[in-house]
Design a protein around this ligand. Structure first.
Ligand SMILES: NC(=O)C1=CN([C@@H]2O[C@H](COP(=O)(O)OP(=O)(O)OC[C@H]3O[C@@H](n4cnc5c(N)ncnc54)[C@H](O)[C@@H]3O)[C@@H](O)[C@H]2O)C=CC1
Ligand SMILES: O=C([O-])CC(=O)C(=O)O
Length: 265
């Protein structure tokens, strides 16, 4: 049997980590190439195939596409792939905070009889949240803490003097609607929590820049008829991108392995 064609959208820190990890993993699965618009540069290894347009990628009939690019890529590319009958793993899931995007993705998946798979990414406990929701949840709260460098290029830059921050500082408190929309490279995890639990409006979010933080920590607390739970993840960032946790890349690899396995655990 020929090995499946697995393609990423984008080839940044996460896709690179996924490619290397799959290669080492021994499953026989590998990243066969990536979709990247012509104007975007890459230093991808030679031999890795590149597609510049969605139409060309669809013509190659990939078995699985993994979006690990941007919210815009989710909006602009994913529906077309699904409509063409191609399953897509979505990593920039903060884009699903927009109801119009979700409706387009659902309609496209139905038309193409394809599946859109939202990854758990850098967070865990979503299985608990999904189960607990069935009996009714009273509250779901998420706290994200990253070093100041990880918040560069976000609205936190206007609110705080990031390079000179001396102590842990909360710069955002609100719901997951704004968090997922305004911090698209940092808080996709709030979308995972929202989708598994109380929705974007019902999820409380607190974001912290902490000069003492060595990695990205994610805290999740939920209360409901089932009881309560609290988890804390201390994630190491990817060397190439301090905003992104290594665990997020591993969760994508796990989604890929699961997709091609006959036993889903
Ligand atoms: N669900 C989760 O828990 C997590 C999600 N993420 C998200 O995953 C995505 C990838 O993360 P990284 O690899 O660290 O980012 P990165 O910035 O290192 O790489 C992004 C790649 O996408 C490319 N790109 C930009 N616009 C594009 C477009 N319209 N079409 C195709 N490619 C495009 C860039 O050139 C680059 O190759 C980001 O959106 C990030 O926010 C990151 C961490 C956790
Ligand atoms: O990787 C992380 O720690 C979280 C992240 O960037 C995101 O949710 O977008």
């Amino acid at each position: 049997m020929t090995s499946p064609l697995i393609v990423s959208i984008g080839f940044g820190a996460m896709a690179r980590s996924l490619a290397a990890s799959l290669e080492k993993g021994g499953s026989g699965l590998r990243l066969g190439g990536f979709l990247l618009p012509e104007h975007l540069p890459t230093d991808a290894p030679a031999g890795m195939r590149r597609w510049n347009s969605v139409d060309d990628l669809i013509a190659a009939r990939p078995d699985l596409v993994i979006e690990c690019a941007t919210h815009a890529a989710v909006r602009e590319t994913v529906p077309q792939l699904l409509e063409a009958g191609i399953d897509v793993v979505i990593v920039s899931i903060g884009a699903l905070g927009d109801a119009g995007t979700v409706a387009r993705i659902e309609a496209a998946a139905k038309t193409g009889r394809a599946r859109a798979i939202a990854v758990s990414g850098a967070i865990g406990g979503l299985d608990v949240l999904r189960s607990a929701k069935l009996a009714g949840l009273d509250s779901v709260a998420y706290i994200g803490r990253k070093p100041p460098t990880a918040w560069k290029g976000t609205p936190a830059e206007r609110l705080l003097d990031l390079p000179n921050l001396k102590e842990a500082t909360v710069f955002y408190e609100g719901d997951a609607v704004e968090a997922a929309r305004d911090y698209p490279k940092n808080t996709n995890v709030t979308a995972a929590v929202a989708l598994a639990g109380l929705g974007f409006k019902g999820t409380r979010v607190r974001l912290i820049a902490d000069p003492a933080a060595s990695g990205n920590t994610h805290e999740l607390e939920a209360k409901g008829a089932f009881g309560s739970f609290h988890i804390l993840l201390n994630n190491k960032p990817l060397p190439e991108n301090p905003k992104t946790s290594w665990l997020a890349a591993l969760s994508v690899e796990q989604a890929v392995l699961r997709h091609f396995s006959s036993l889903e655990v």
